[in-house]
Design a protein around this ligand. Structure first.
Ligand SMILES: Cc1cc2nc3c(=O)[nH]c(=O)nc-3n(C[C@H](O)[C@H](O)[C@H](O)COP(=O)(O)O)c2cc1C
Length: 198
């Protein structure tokens, strides 16, 4: 799979098959994260892989899923993530760590996972206080995001945005994800948008 294919085909996955993810793949994902671009090359990101059953269950209790369609978007029992990568920003490595660093590394994780046939959900809506306790994360590390991982048990589809950007589920349980089209967001050589607002 080439990179563009992965980018175009990837969708956020919130229902997972229960097949375990081999440890070497999880390690490969963090290696991909490690090599992401980094502001000033300070590399403040650190990662915790969660692949033990008890911990996986605990982490799950700290996460909020698919706000627009809650609680329908929650992964049901038997289709929950098989692993997580917790992305931290270590303030001892960079006093004011750049959030872009975490984002770049997370996108690497997500795309390489997709190439391996693994679906993911980038989760920013996290009970960080609780997660910090569960994982024994020290105060000098910020918890940026959680990446939920597992082999996909759903196939969301892309739609054109018509009147709303909110994703929805149809009567068959398929997730539809509206994306703005190029016409609305691409300009050549000078900004020509904003006409609607005068
Ligand atoms: C910074 C960030 C935070 C997100 N947080 C959550 C979250 O807390 N829970 C969730 O279910 N999805 C979360 N998502 C996933 C988005 O809902 C998803 O990317 C969006 O609906 C578009 O779908 P797509 O990834 O299939 O293109 C987050 C995505 C990003 C980039």
């Amino acid at each position: 799979m080439d990179v563009y294919q992965a980018v175009v085909q990837r969708r956020t996955i919130r229902r997972f098959r229960q097949k375990p993810i081999p440890s070497w793949i999880l390690k490969k994902l963090v290696n991909a994260a490690r090599l992401a671009p980094s502001a000033g090359n300070r590399q403040p990101c650190e990662y915790i892989i969660i692949n033990e059953k008890a911990k996986i269950n605990e982490v799950f209790t700290t996460l909020h899923w698919a706000g627009y369609i809650s609680p329908e978007g929650n992964p049901p029992l038997g289709q929950r993530p098989k692993a997580y990568i917790i992305v931290l920003l270590n303030t001892q490595k960079s006093k004011k760590p750049d959030l872009h660093d975490a984002s770049a590394s997370i996108e690497n994780i997500i795309l390489v996972a997709w190439e391996e046939g693994i679906g993911s959900c980038w989760i920013g809506s996290v009970n960080r206080r609780r997660l910090r306790k569960i994982l024994n994360v020290p105060d000098y590390c910020k918890i940026d995001s959680v990446v939920a991982l597992g082999y996909p048990a759903e196939r969301p589809v892309v739609e054109k945005v018509s009147d709303s950007i909110k994703y929805w589920k149809d009567k068959y349980g398929i997730l539809h994800v509206p994306k703005r089209n190029l016409k609305e967001i691409l300009y050549w050589n000078t900004y020509t948008g904003g006409l609607k607002n005068g």
